[in-house]
Design a protein around this ligand. Structure first.
Ligand code: ADP
Ligand code: ASP
Ligand code: MG
Length: 403
């Protein structure tokens, strides 16, 4: 068997934990399995490096930021190889250049394009445990890139797909995927299994337990994905195409506090306006999300939409620069908003799911700013300070908690 095991920042947060993880990986290796380990940077390292960069430059060049951030994962990978050596097992750490892992050019949010597996295969044949730095890649200019925050999950799944691994195990600081973030919803319940589609929506909508690109890739390449704890031996959650348990109406609630709302006020109410507005943002690779357009009045209309806070400043700048072309009157941004979503394949055949969510929010006196729906999800925009209360209220309303 070939297993890819990924450990997040907390799991490799100190030397003691690194020794424990090393021993755990060696268990599989000693059974005869081939083991590839993907690591995040230790604990808060990535945040600290970002803070460090901002001490010398408030807007660090993205290339240099990636150059800096790529060091974090190299520390944990080298430390792990040293720990395994101490335990008497041959191991080798490899960074994105040494693999190599090719990505698109975009610093800060590059996408993996291709992984050369020769070196890894060669090391595995030599009976070594191979430790690979997560989160980083190499672009066509031979520069380091990073895959976006939380991107080590995607490194792991991409490696599992390229190596045709039998499983990709994501070890983290919770026991698996829960019906809501267990840190803000004490009644959240661990799901034994969840479909790729539901997991993809949950992770895109704020459930940070898996990087959304990793789920997309797992679905595409049919990677067997398991999320479990690095601190205990409980079963974890299997992410797969179909689940065996009886389908619940909804499988989870997600909260995304990184959303910001931009409102463009007093646009002309004529054809092509939405196109021109969103084209400006699309050309700059800025993803927009929930959109609300007001009904035209006196020949004018307003369009509001959400963007992630990483993109908000760039989006505002672009729109300001295009004011004469877009002919709007006013532009505003609200950073104190959050997206609250419910996700579940079960809602497709059940009317009234959205109403039930709205009722739960009404009972808590929480105002809804915008609404967007798909076949398997309902998303509302609320005030950020209502976030936790809203998650718990909706979670209770659907009876998702422990009996
Ligand atoms: P790692 O460093 O291991 O990658 P992350 O912090 O990226 O860990 O992801 C794990 C965290 O995801 C948990 O600590 C938890 O707070 C959060 N989380 C958010 N939503 C969920 C969910 N539905 N199920 C489990 N964890 C969740
Ligand atoms: N170290 C990176 C981050 O903190 C990548 C990861 O942990 O997945 O975002
Ligand atoms: Mg993570």
């Amino acid at each position: 068997m070939l297993i890819v095991k990924k450990f997040g920042g907390t799991s490799v947060g100190n030397p003691d934990r690194i020794m424990k993880i090393a021993a755990r990986c060696i268990e599989d290796y000693s059974r005869g399995d081939d083991v590839v380990v993907v690591l995040s940077a230790m604990d808060q390292t990535t945040d600290e490096l970002i803070d460090l960069a901002h001490k010398v430059n408030e807007k660090p060049p993205k290339r240099e930021l990636d150059m800096l951030l790529a060091t974090g994962e190299q520390v944990s990978a080298a430390m792990m190889a040293m720990a395994m050596d101490r335990l008497g097992v041959r191991a080798v750490s490899l960074n994105a250049f040494q693999v190599p892992m090719h990505t698109t050019s975009r610093y800060g949010s590059a996408r993996l394009k291709r992984i050369d597996t020769d070196r890894i295969m060669h090391e595995l044949e030599d009976r070594k445990i191979v430790i690979v730095t997560g989160f980083q890649g190499v672009n066509k200019y031979d520069d380091f890139t990073t895959l976006g925050r939380g991107g080590s999950d995607t490194t792991a799944v991409a490696l599992a797909a390229s190596l045709h691994a039998d499983a990709c195990e994501i070890y983290t600081d919770v026991d698996g995927v829960y019906t809501a973030d267990p840190r803000i919803c004490p009644k959240a319940r661990k799901l034994p299994e969840i479909t790729y589609d539901e997991m993809l929506d949950l992770s895109t909508l704020g459930a940070g337990v898996l990087h959304n690109r990793s789920v997309e890739m797992a679905k595409k390449y049919e990677v067997r994905l398991i999320v479990r704890s690095s601190l205990n031996r409980s079963e974890g959650t299997i992410v797969e195409e179909r689940v065996n348990v009886e389908k619940m109406l909804i499988s989870g609630v997600a909260l995304d506090k990184s959303a910001d709302r931009i409102s463009v006020i007093g646009l002309r109410d004529e054809p092509g306006v939405a196109f021109k507005l969103f084209d400006v943002l699309a050309k700059a690779n800025i993803n927009i999300d929930v959109i609300l357009q007001s009904i035209g009045r006196d020949g004018l209309k307003d369009i509001s939409f959400t963007v992630s806070d990483d993109d908000a400043d760039d989006a505002m700048q672009l729109l300001q620069d295009s004011q004469t072309r877009l002919h709007y009157r006013d532009l505003s941004i609200n950073k104190e908003v959050a997206k609250l979503s419910i996700v579940g394949a079960g809602m497709m055949s059940n009317p009234g799911v959205a109403a039930k969510m709205f009722e739960a929010l009404y009972n808590e006196d929480i105002n809804i700013n915008m609404i967007s729906t798909s076949e398997i999800r309902v998303t509302v925009l609320i005030s950020e300070r209502d976030g936790e209360r809203a998650v718990n209220a909706v979670h209770d309303a659907f009876g998702l908690g422990e009996e």
